[in-house]
Design a protein. Sequence first.
Length: 344
Amino acid sequence: MGNAVIDQPAPVPAMSLTGLGWSVFFEDQREPHEADLAAMRIATIHRARLTALSTAGPVRLSLPIPVNTGAFAVGDWVLVDPGTQILQRRLDRKTVLERRVEGSASLQVAAANVDTLFVVTSCNADFNPARLERYLALANQGGADPVILLTKADLTDDVGAFARQAAALQRGLTVLAVNPRDAEAASLLAPWCGAGRTVALVGSSGVGKSTLVNTLTGPGQDAPQETGGIREHDAKGRHTTTSRSLHAIAGGGWVIDTPGMRTLQVSDAADGIATLFAEITELAPSCRFRDCTHAHEPGCAVQAAVADGRLDPDRLTRWRKLLTESRGQPSAAVGPRGRGKPHR
């Protein structure tokens, strides 16, 4: 059976594996007996079926029993029998964006093999440093490079103030003001959207993610993403994207849109949090006690930095909350300790 072309979010011409995002990282995972299997990339996931992109175009895959679609994420690379279109196995992910869903003990994969995570927020009531930090921790932990995009700049007289607040959240963080409806947005984001590169967009509903996807993919797409406005009184948006999908960027590369997230819980993200709060991470070794909680212990270098104005106390509060959540512990005030082994 040949590759059956199916409906896709955007027309995808035949291209090389490299153009689809294939790299040595994935090639090295092939076993000798898998040389005849076709490498394909997951483009859409539905309740009972998967679609993928191959060098010949889009393909509807068949899953072997008892495998189900929950084992895959948009952006995954898989090996497929080219004759039957039966998926044989998923390759290890180079990067992965995953979060804990409220009420669930397992992590939900939002996207796989993403190079850059565009965190989209608007210059209004949606702008929330604590929520942005959660997205940054997610990107750091999963191996994607985060970039914050500020939309709806026309709603404020001081875009610079929003940009400064965002840039202060993590060292070396790129922050850009972008108009999702302006064709120039594609040029502005081009450095992250080259051939074979993959970006994903996350953020609340109504901040312009789907509009930006439409701008990046260009006017030639068959099925543009639906877009919606926001409520004026609280800047909350309506969910217009209900599932994740992989779209070809007009100038090269791929973009994954994601549904708006009202809540975002982190889990097992200690390394991502350490990168996010580098100013705390670097002070910790100077504390008297190795297991210092930076709450009430004597000789705490972090508390000393708060006292002399070098460290924002709100950052310390948010660090503690995220780390507690990441460890799966109930959020609670940390009492005095002052015990444990001192640093030597």
